[in-house]
Design a protein around this ligand. Sequence first.
Ligand code: DQA
Length: 147
Amino acid sequence: MTHRILILNGPNLNLLGTRQPEVYGPTTLADIEEMCVKRAEALGVTLDFEQSNHEGALIDAIHAARGKYAGIILNAGAFTHTSIALMDAISSAMVPVVELHLSNIHAREDFRHKSYIAPVAIGQICGFGAAGYPLAMDALLTYLGEG
Ligand code: DQA
């Protein structure tokens, strides 16, 4: 069966490329999407790629993923460090989630060390910049037994 996976990006990630390039690199979200589409073709999976700046929209996307996607790769941006509601959505959705960050959140400010996503994710990838996206796809497919 061809897996369908969702890559879900949270607040401010639409600004990648111009947003603090010294932290997040020069790659735009459109570049990352292109990279992920190529990886999806190589892995033989169907990919949807979304971004929202709104917590409720991200929660709705996670709810809607139930029964539709084999897994989600989630870069929740700053909501990672604040959102019990996103954590609860993941716990309720019964869809495996890989937590992803471009930067190494553990090497940054203290408030970024706390992740509400980590306890309900199957694992976390951070610190590899844009390359973390295809790595997260590989990790998810390995988890699903297809990697
Ligand atoms: C981020 C890390 C978060 O702490 C930050 O708020 C972001 C981006 C990352 O991809 O490195 O918006 O999720």
